[in-house]
Design a binder for this molecule. Structure first.
Ligand code: PCA
Length: 217
C-alpha cells in the first residue's frame, strides 16, 4: 500500500489591524481536499517572527509533505504573486502580532543570502493565466513575516531537494479592500480556486516552463 502523499499549505492570522487574512481563509477551504492525488493539510501560522517558523517546523515534521507552500496576504497587490526568492533579512516596518519589530537582522545567522523557491513558478503562472486568474511572478516577498517564513521554509528543506516548496502572496479580500480605498482585491473563493490550479501545476510539472517575464516587484 502506498501512503497518500501530503501537500502542506499554511496561511496566516490577521495582522496590522486587519480583521481577517485571506491567506488563511483560502488555504482553510482546501484543507482535507485532494489535489493531484495529494492530501491537503492546512495550518495557520501566527504573524510573529520566530513563533511562525516554530509552528512551520512542527507542521513539516508532523506532515512530511511532498510539497509545501506557504501563503500570505500582500495588501495593495492586484495579482496572485508567485514568489521567486526569499532573502535572509528581517526588516519590519510595523510590529508583528507579538510586538516584535526586528530591523536588519538575519532570519538565519550565517545562512545564505537567499533561497529560490523550488516551485515551477512560470508553469504555475501560465496555468493560472490560462484559467483566467490574475497572476504574476514576484521578485520580493518583502522583509516582514512572510519573507521570514519563506526563508525559514527553504532553509528547513535545504537538504531535501525532492520536497518542493515556495510562497504565494494573495491580494486583499474585498472586505479588506473596502477599508483601504482604491486597493485592489480578489474574492477569497477566487483565490481558493486559483491556489488549486497553481498547486495542480506545481505537482504535475517536473521541469519549469522557460517563459520570459518577471514583474516590477
Ligand atoms: N502577510 C505579511 C505577514 C503575514 C501576511 O499574511 C507579509 O507579507 O509579510
Amino acid at each position: 500500500m502506498t501512503a497518500t502523499r501530503t501537500l502542506l499549505l499554511t496561511g496566516f492570522q490577521a495582522f496590522g489591524g486587519e480583521q481577517e487574512n485571506p491567506s488563511w481563509q483560502a488555504v482553510a477551504a482546501l484543507h482535507g481536499t485532494r489535489i493531484a492525488g495529494h492530501r491537503v493539510v492546512a495550518r495557520e501560522l501566527p504573524v510573529a517572527f520566530g513563533d511562525a517558523l516554530k509552528a512551520l517546523r512542527v507542521a513539516l515534521r508532523d506532515t512530511r509533505p511532498a510539497l509545501a507552500v506557504c501563503v500570505g496576504q500582500a495588501g495593495g497587490r492586484a495579482q496572485i504573486s508567485l514568489e521567486r526568492v526569499a532573502i535572509n533579512v528581517d526588516d519590519a516596518r510595523i510590529p508583528d502580532n507579538a510586538g516584535k519589530q526586528p530591523v536588519d537582522v538575519p532570519v538565519v545567522t550565517g545562512g545564505p543570502a537567499a533561497y529560490f523557491a523550488t516551485l515551477p513558478i512560470k508553469a504555475m503562472r501560465q496555468a493560472l493565466q490560462e484559467a483566467g486568474f490574475p497572476a504574476e511572478i514576484s521578485q520580493t516577498a518583502g522583509t516582514f513575516v512572510c519573507n521570514h517564513v519563506f526563508y525559514g521554509l527553504m532553509h528547513a528543506l535545504r537538504a531535501q531537494r525532492h520536497v518542493r516548496a515556495g510562497f504565494i502572496h494573495l491580494p486583499y479580500s474585498p472586505a479588506q479592500a473596502a477599508r483601504h480605498p482604491g486597493a485592489p482585491s480578489l474574492a477569497v473563493e477566487t483565490a481558493t480556486g486559483a491556489l488549486r490550479i497553481a498547486l495542480q501545476a506545481a505537482l504535475r510539472v517536473r521541469e519549469d516552463a522557460r517563459l520570459p517575464g518577471g514583474a516590477e516587484h
